[in-house]
Design a protein around this ligand. Sequence first.
Ligand code: CTP
Ligand code: CA
Ligand code: CA
Length: 664
Amino acid sequence: MSSPPSSLWGSSPGDGRSDGRHSQFTYRHLSQMASYNTSCPLRVVAHIDLDCFYAQAEMVRLGVPEDQPLAVQQWQGLIAVNYPARAYGIGRHCNVTEAKKLCPQLIHQHVATWREGDDKWAYRPDAADHVATDKVSLDPYRLESRRILAVIKEHLPHDLQKVEKAGIDEVFLDLSAHAHAVLLERFPELTSPPPDDDPSALLPMPPLSALEWQADALVDLDDEHTEFDDPDWDDVALLIASEIVRNIRAAIREKLKYTCSAGVARNKLLSKLGSGHNKPNQQTVIRNRAVRHFLSGFKFTKFRNLGGKLGEQLRQAFNTDSVQDLLAVSVEQLKSKFGDDTGVWIYDTLRGIDTSEVNSRTQIKSMLSAKSFRPSINTVEQARKWLQIFAADIFSRLVEEGVLENKRRPKTITLHHRHYAQTRSRQSPIHQGRLLDEETLLSLAKSLLDQIVAEGHVWPCTNLSLSVGGFDQGISRNMGIDGFLLKGEEAQVVKLGSKMLMKEEDAQETQPAEKRRRIDSSGIRQFLTKKEQTPCTGSDGAVMGNNGGETLGSLGSEVSPGAAGNPNGLTAPDEASFSQANHRQTSTTVHLCPRCDSRLESSEALQNHQDWHFAKDLQEQERVTSTFVSQPSTAGNGRPAPAPVKRPGRPKKKERGQSKLNFG
Ligand code: CTP
Ligand code: CA
Ligand code: CA
């Protein structure tokens, strides 16, 4: 394996751009593309994120015209707002009354709900008045999410796909191997063996002087580069990736009517920043020669993993939150303040360097259904009615997942019960011998409830949650920096989790400690866990924290109206119903959001939750600042105007310095 690029900014493996005849990349770099080498300077990664996802799902379902303002309502709050409605100043921070004032013709569709005593979720006109008896169902959106994922996979070659579902409405794609195959096809000269069979020989230059980026929003190049420089293979690889992404987006649009935005760059960090940069319905390409320019305008607190405690410490340490300012800080300084691993990680992140892998881990590994009660419930009968809803909810998702057919079925079922500050849990195995049905789930849940009730002092109960897990023991290797737990810290986290989630004597270890341990990757993980819980205010003023003892979800979480400090019902995870890939079998870890201290059940739930913070921040940033990413429509270093919203079918616009790419 060759060493990573020596250039801090671009992908340049050498001292800069080519000598005119040769590329700056080697034959080895080219072949690294095919094996998804995460340090490969020709690597291409995309992030695709659906625009106002739940809102689009309702528009598609209801056949609402595209320019009709619409928001998705949950009790009195809004959880998704389409772009026509955003133009009226409506956002997730609004409640229905405020939103209607801003835009009287707004359609506010309530999410589907399960209802006490009913065995199927439904869209109900009176749902908003039934917070005590209804539980939100996100099944319609999960279903759409799956259809979208299927279209994405259909449009990638079967043997060359690396797709990571990163949330309900987003995916990362490592397109390196696919783009590599296209490169070889279009430029057969690349298939010749290197001179003297030396893999470190430089490639010939691409036979092109300019590239056709079509409707893509291109980020302006760094100061030392111009659009008149000849493109190198990294540019061509990104162009190919961007063509692939454009086709995928067109297919999603055509087949399912959804618009989405995408970022195309050399890694996950950059592609994710890119997808949020020109929403809606636009893709943004961050060429390697534009990375520094792209990042310099961000506050580092907008980066994943730098939005919370670590970001705050960094800000305090250097008295700035600007990426640009921190570029002057040496890696040694960062190491001395944050430790070696975290110091290097910060140093790299500020420079857009991220070698975390795109993980194909789309199989669901756990499912959870939960509800917080306001008012609290006081009898076994009431609790049992909710267990019936949870069992039906989980079972319908099991059926949808096809887990019954393909023999992937959960091995354990866990019930959490909260009484004041005390959370009790009971877990039992799910017998593998007989057919798993809703009745079985329900009777297991009821017996877990009976065990808890037998302890006494269990009423009033303020929260119940049922989860199933143990679908798959596989733990993916390189999950990116936020997917890991520190070895040394694990004991502490497990202890913390046990204290919060289980009575000591109840804790059932279902896996050997070795298996439960995740790889020690970096000291950064310590910033993702916290001991103390203090609710905090999100950027929109809504209280983001949980209610002191739950491990409920982020996406799809909801709150009862009137919950203290959260009148809009935005985000408090009082109720949840979600599935997780890589959810560990027993709830022995706690993943705390460093931004708002929400406690999440798995690293993926945490990731989803952080993505939400992240997207909100980007959105906020876009609202208040004129963006600096767009077509190269201004001269030199000037800041171009934000790219106009592109709609499918709009005629292509030629960019300065970009002409038709002639392949072959
Ligand atoms: N969501 C939610 N609760 C949160 C965060 C997000 O219910 N705490 C839902 C939103 O309703 C949304 C979907 O998850 O539709 C995806 O979230 P996100 O991508 O952050 O926002 P979008 O609504 O899709 O808007 P954008 O166009 O900015 O991506
Ligand atoms: Ca989205
Ligand atoms: Ca998203």
